[in-house]
Design a protein around this ligand. Structure first.
Ligand SMILES: Cc1cc2nc3c(=O)[nH]c(=O)nc-3n(C[C@H](O)[C@H](O)[C@H](O)COP(=O)(O)OP(=O)(O)OC[C@H]3O[C@@H](n4cnc5c(N)ncnc54)[C@H](O)[C@@H]3O)c2cc1C
Length: 388
């Protein structure tokens, strides 16, 4: 029997499942089939994310995307209710804070001005004001910071499952199989080929396979500038609790930290060789994170590791931003990949945008065209100055 559907999504992580949900929520009438190779999402980027949600970006497009997504995460539990069960995502609007030294303050002020243009309540804080947010912070070497109290963090796994369950309720089919490549005839997508060589037909295919997206695209003859980069996160306890819940805080060194329940998580984008690698090391905490953490928050001096993990950034080597839209050389091939370290907070806007593009041929809510694939050839890169 010929396997046929109207639209295939490769990868059912937060991005693929958000797209499926948004299409169906917008009234898409065709059949949607999502191929997911990892039924338990053991290695997907989404559940391994730090879940940081911020509007503190430096490009118009990323600020607009985040602002829209933040609004959607606020109503997510109700919007994704299935069978009377709310989709709780533990969204803690405890703020997002970039700590800064003298040389970056001017730049942060420029960023805040741009963010405010879009309605983001960004605040520039002086060094002594930082203690209002984190009473224990050592601000001796700091000049201030950029803060947004509306931002915060959430549970990424629950967001993804919220989209999966709602998409299924609305009629999306998940097939737990691995895709090898996209199939085409005469410059048009005709389906996908599974790793066992089976052809599954569809006129439209969306590649949202996260860190594996470039492999599928390359197997199909359409390489994209995305590489997987390992990112470690360590969870730890501090000897003395902090007075207030932490915002997601980024030290000037790039080390970030936040509360995770009563404990803490911390990470840093260290220099690594590209490749899929899920090993994590205690020495990463002891040598890289702890010296920064202990200096910044004295309560972290006596820290005890609880656990750790590694996940993959889908790192866009050109400008560290997502690639969204139809491939200019293959009609019916859509991409939603290369999110680097900020895909969680872009999932609602990207889902909505791709649903509009596919159903109406244009973006209506937010113009996502600055993130089109063609920007690389046209040298219209979207350079984001606040990458974590
Ligand atoms: C350590 C870490 C911290 C992060 N922190 C943040 C943060 O604070 N804020 C933020 O916004 N973002 C953060 N991110 C980034 C964010 O997690 C990702 O951008 C986002 O989860 C990407 O979602 P995705 O659906 O594209 O990818 P994934 O979640 O990886 O989903 C892709 C899915 O595709 C499936 N798949 C792959 N290949 C195939 C195939 N051939 N056939 C079928 N299925 C396939 C995979 O199994 C996977 O489930 C972080 C990432 C990491 C690793």
């Amino acid at each position: 029997m010929e396997q046929k559907t109207d639209l295939i999504i490769i990868g059912g992580g937060v991005i693929g499942s958000s797209i499926a949900y948004h299409l169906l929520n917008e009234g898409y009438q065709g059949d949607i089939t999502i191929f997911e190779k990892d039924r338990l999402y053991e290695f997907a980027s989404t559940p391994r994310s730090a879940g940081g949600i911020r509007q503190l970006f430096t490009t118009d497009i990323n600020i607009q995307i985040s602002r829209y997504s933040l609004k959607k995460y606020k109503t997510f539990p109700e919007d994704m209710t299935v069978d009377g069960e709310r989709a709780e995502i533990d969204f803690q609007q405890r703020g997002y804070l970039f700590l800064a030294q003298k040389e970056t303050m001017k730049e942060l002020e420029n960023q805040a001005n741009l963010q405010r243009k879009y309605g983001v309540p960004s605040e520039i804080l002086e060094a002594d004001e930082l203690k209002r947010i984190i009473p224990e912070v050592n601000s001796n070497d700091l000049t201030g910071g950029l803060y947004c109290g509306e931002d915060g963090y959430l549970d990424p796994y629950s967001v993804m499952q919220g989209y999966v369950k709602k998409a299924k309720e609305l009629g999306a089919h998940y097939i737990y199989d691995e895709i090898y490549s996209i199939h085409e005839e005469a410059g048009r997508v005709t389906g996908v080929v599974t790793k066992d060589g089976m052809l599954y037909k569809a006129p439209k295919v969306i590649n949202s396979a996260g860190p594996w997206a470039p492999i599928i695209s390359k197997n199909s003859g359409y390489p994209i500038p995305v590489i997987p980069l390992k990112r470690q996160i360590i969870q730890f306890d501090a000897a003395e609790p902090l007075e207030k819940p932490l915002p997601l805080t980024v030290d000037p060194s790039g080390v970030y930290f936040r509360h995770e329940g009563d404990s803490f998580i911390s990470g840093y984008s260290e220099k690594v060789k590209p490749g899929i690698d899920f090993t994590w090391k205690r020495s990463f905490f002891e040598e890289t994170l702890w010296p920064i953490l202990a200096n910044r928050i004295p309560n972290f001096e006596r820290a005890k590791i609880i656990s750790g993990w590694a996940g993959m950034y889908s790192h866009n080597t050109k400008d560290q931003n997502a690639i969204i839209g139809e491939h200019p050389e293959l009609s019916g091939y859509y991409m939603a990949c290369g999110f680097s370290g900020h895909g969680m907070q872009q999932a609602p806007a990207v889902g909505q945008g791709l649903a509009e593009l596919i159903m109406k041929g244009r973006y209506e809510t937010i113009d996502l065209s600055p993130l089109r694939f063609e920007r690389f050839a046209m040298n219209e890169l979207v350079i984001e100055g606040a990458v974590v």
